[in-house]
Write a protein that binds this ligand. Structure first.
Ligand SMILES: [Zn+2]
Length: 472
């Protein structure tokens, strides 16, 4: 039996995640080694803490005011412009970097956002003081995200978080058609030991009205247990990783097992094709809403029945060419996103490293407003396991290794990986041993070699490709 070690879509782990019981490494260790009853208590305590952060501030007010159908189906350009000008005014006053770098006059159209400087990961790295308010109104959520040049820390204004979580909760309700939605969630919370073959691989977190399901144990033998547990829990919707819902759907369909019916699946990632989405819809007799977002700015767009990602009222999305200039609608380019709510830690024209094609309006689903017709890829790329699985979230293999300026994976065949490392002060070759352990956790056994190189090759556009794959 091949255990499903990890099949984790790219955007997903980069995300803060819809309603997750994520935790710090030391907590995770205690959690993993505790008996089930203790884990349940710990998970609920964590949930209470997280709910406190997420549902504070104006969350309640937002939740009461949000009309999800209106947000998805109407154009919000005027409101966005107004909010953008308010954001810029606050930036001029409170954010050191923007005091001098943004024009003093108000913008008169959303297109004029191009007058503002772009924000890239390398700008933020080590520079959070310059890009945040020293005296934030509500405070920050501290996040980290992976990337080609290692982990990056960032701050999110809690105001942005509160609005986003109100949106999430409304989206769940909108998708399910009920309030007080019960969720079954696939995310990387450690429910059971990674090599455990004994269920349960799921755990009820009552404080979140949620059945937390392990991503590490779903396979052709355990699938039926998952279906039954989710059905017993009475889940209205499925959330979390799109790929795991697809996996569960594949097993259910293959075994003609229709015991689980859901009202909807609302994934916190994209990644399923339209055909795969239809499989999930068929397996659980429900609709699927994939979302697109990043951990730094949160949820950006929600997918419609046509497979297009409609941009939410909380962000502005632009598409840029290689020189960072705006591209005409309908052409593939780099995504820049502005979070209209993160006032004290602005993400203004932030480039998360994704690519897509933008259309201003006219989707045949009937929802107005701009949408991403396609997400065409990211600066990150996948690696292929010995079993032929494509794994997107690969930066974590290099987690915890100091003194790495940039790295690049070169893959000549499935199951093998060569890592080129451009180092800086503080690099410790000894620490590279941990790539094996990291990789095992993420993608299973890989044959890994590595070397220090003077300079990693860049593409003509100046980007470093995370993965160079020398096979089809
Ligand atoms: Zn649409």
């Amino acid at each position: 039996m091949i255990k499903l070690q990890v099949i984790i879509g790219s955007a997903i782990i980069r995300r803060l995640g819809g309603v997750e019981v994520g935790m710090k490494p030391w907590k995770r260790t205690i959690f993993q080694h505790s008996p089930l009853c203790v884990r349940k208590v710990l998970a609920n305590l964590e949930a209470v803490k997280r709910n406190g952060t997420r549902h504070g501030g104006d969350y309640k007010k937002h939740y009461e005011n949000i009309d999800m159908l209106r947000i998805l189906s109407e154009d919000h350009s005027d409101e966005k412009l107004e909010r953008l000008n308010a954001l810029l005014a606050a930036c001029r006053t409170n954010i050191p970097y923007y005091r001098e770098s943004i024009p003093t006059e108000e913008l008169t159209s959303l297109k004029e956002i191009a007058k503002l400087p772009l924000l890239r990961k390398e700008d933020l790295r080590g520079n959070l003081d310059r890009y945040s308010n020293a005296e934030p109104v509500l405070g920050f959520w501290h996040g980290t995200t992976g990337g080609t040049s290692g982990q990056m820390e960032f701050l999110r204004d809690l105001r942005s978080l509160h609005y986003e979580y109100a949106l999430y909760d409304r989206l769940y309700g909108f998708a399910a058609g009920v309030s007080n939605v019960k969720k079954a969630r696939f995310s990387n919370v450690p429910i059971a030991g990674p090599t455990s073959h004994t269920p349960p691989f799921w755990m009820e977190v009552s404080k979140m009205n949620q059945l937390q399901c392990s991503v590490y144990h779903l396979d052709e033998e355990s699938y039926a247990g998952y279906l039954q547990a989710i059905a017993n829990f009475g889940a209205d919707i499925g959330t979390g990783y799109a790929f795991l819902w697809l996996r569960l759907a594949e097993e259910a369909l293959a075994h003609k097992d229709d015991r689980l019916k859901l009202k909807a699946v609302v994934s916190d990632s994209e990644g399923m094709t339209q055909k795969q989405k239809q499989m999930v819809e068929k397996a659980f007799a429900c609709k699927v809403f994939q979302t697109y977002g990043t951990s730094e700015v949160g949820m950006i767009a929600v997918q419609c029945e046509q497979g297009h990602y409609h941009i939410l009222d909380r962000v502005i999305v632009e598409i840029l060419d290689e020189a960072g200039e705006p591209m005409p609608d309908g052409l593939d380019g780099e995504i820049a996103v502005t979070d209209l709510w993160s006032t004290d830690a602005p993400f203004l024209r932030y480039c998360p490293g994704d690519r897509g094609i933008l259309q201003p309006s006219g989707c045949s689903c009937g929802w107005q407003g701009p949408y991403l017709e396609k997400l065409t890829g990211r600066v990150r790329d996948y690696i292929v396991t010995a079993e032929g699985r494509k794994v997107n979230h690969t930066a974590r293999i290099m987690a915890g290794i100091p003194g790495v300026r940039v790295f690049q994976y070169i893959q000549d065949e499935p199951g093998q990986l060569h890592i080129c490392v451009e180092t800086r002060e503080g690099f410790e070759p000894e620490k590279m041993k941990s790539v094996h352990k990291n990789a095992r956790k993420i993608i299973g056994e890989m044959r890994i070699t590595w070397e220090v190189v003077e300079q990693i090759e860049k593409s003509p556009s100046g980007k470093i490709k995370t993965v160079i794959r020398n096979f089809e």
